[in-house]
Design a protein around this ligand. Structure first.
Ligand code: HEM
Length: 350
């Protein structure tokens, strides 16, 4: 039935119901009913939480060495629900990084990066790096001891990259050492540059998923024949909404029970006994301690390059033996290695 209001709207936004259904209602393979295949939606949810809570924090945050620490203290102790918003922002960052890693693991171990999805894997790698970069720059904003020294150590590590390292360090710090211009740079990278890049990358990521469809997988407990499908709308959307709801409850409970704390204010003259980055950089930090200077940075660069190029390396490895499971074994070794180095760094002071 066309009411005057819907008629008015249809004339100005001429999209027919079937066109809308066609756009939103892709049949998705049955395996997406298993929740771990819907893990890609989780970082997207958490990213929205980050934008909303980040905007609220930015109302009070003042990105200069003389004001940053006091403004965070004000948010934590005086602004209404400031402690809660700040804790949500901190925990959602941790959850988002964990979700991206879990999603990448599921894509890896199901071989969903293989032809024709190589480009989307590389878009995903860019998302991983931007997410980690947002975490790093966010950690530096509080201007507590570890923020200051973490940023200083990070910038010094960057400067060991041959040829461009010195330039990137100066670009990042706004000078040769941490100075009064540094914090506003970190803030702009954290709150404007990286979020915009992430939005653009997610748009490309989702467009490619829509164009290529998700990988068709078949499990032993399914009936014989080609893989079955179900509707994206409303069935899969309801799965995603359920995951989102549970996630928001867990996030809110975690933020309430374990609110974000603050360490001592940054003192450029006193190097702390122990300097640690956030947990998601423990693996890189331990690696840098194991191998020194440029060798460590170059070998890490090579590993990241191989991660980007993995779909092509894997295609080479499987060329003569398509059933080969070597990628699974490499994946298991990588996961154990990353976990081992992370736990090692977490357990020792130096
Ligand atoms: C902010 C981060 C990310 C978001 C929001 C995101 C979102 C999504 C969504 C919604 C899907 C659909 C299937 C699913 O839910 O699992 C998906 C699939 C995919 N993602 Fe991501 N993703 C992110 C990061 C990554 C990363 C880090 C990688 C790998 C390096 C990656 C590689 C892929 C690939 C190859 C697919 C296709 C899987 C298939 O065909 O089964 N994504 N992503």
């Amino acid at each position: 039935m066309t009411t005057p209001l819907s008629g008015w709207f249809k004339e100005r936004v001429p999209i027919a119901g079937d066109q809308l259904r066609e756009m939103t209602n892709e049949p998705v393979p049955n395996h997406l009913k298993r929740w771990w295949f819907a893990l890609g939606g989780t970082p997207a949810y958490l990213f929205v939480v980050q934008i909303v809570t980040g905007i609220l924090l930015a109302i009070y945050y003042k990105p200069a060495p003389s004001t940053a620490y006091e403004s965070v203290r004000y948010i934590k102790e005086e602004a209404s629900f400031g402690w809660y918003i700040r804790s949500l922002h901190k925990w959602a960052a941790t959850f988002m990084i964990a979700a991206v890693i879990l999603h990448q693991m599921r894509v890896y171990f199901t071989g969903a990066y293989r032809r024709p999805r190589e480009v989307n894997w590389m878009v995903g790698m860019c998302l991983l790096i931007c997410t980690l970069g947002t975490g790093f720059t966010g950690y530096s904003l509080v201007y507590e001891q570890l923020s200051y020294w973490g940023a200083t150590v990070g910038a010094n590590i960057t400067s060991t990259v041959p040829v461009v390292g010195g330039f990137i360090k100066r670009l990042l710090l706004g000078g040769d050492v941490y100075n009064e211009r540094t914090l506003s740079r970190f803030f702009i990278i954290h709150a404007a540059v990286l979020p915009v890049v992430i939005v653009a990358l997610v748009a490309v990521h989702i467009t490619l998923i829509r164009l290529l469809g998700v990988t068709e997988l078949k499990f032993e407990d399914e009936p014989p024949g080609p893989p079955g499908h179900f509707n994206f709308f409303p069935d899969h959307l309801l799965t995603e909404l359920m995951i989102g709801l549970v996630l928001m409850i867990v996030l809110s409970a975690t933020a309430t029970v374990f609110p974000a704390t603050m360490g001592p204010r940054a003192d450029p003259l006193v190097t702390p006994e122990v300097i640690k980055p956030e947990w998601f950089f423990y693996v890189a930090f331990r690696w840098l301690k194991l191998f020194s200077g440029t060798a460590a940075v170059l070998s890490m660069g090579l590993i990241v390059f191989m991660m980007f190029a993995w779909p092509f390396i894997d295609a080479r490895l499987r060329k003569n033996n398509p059933q080969s499971e070597v990628s699974v074994w490499i994946g298991i070794v990588a996961v154990l290695g990353i976990t081992g180095l992370t736990v090692w760094e977490a357990l020792v002071a130096h």
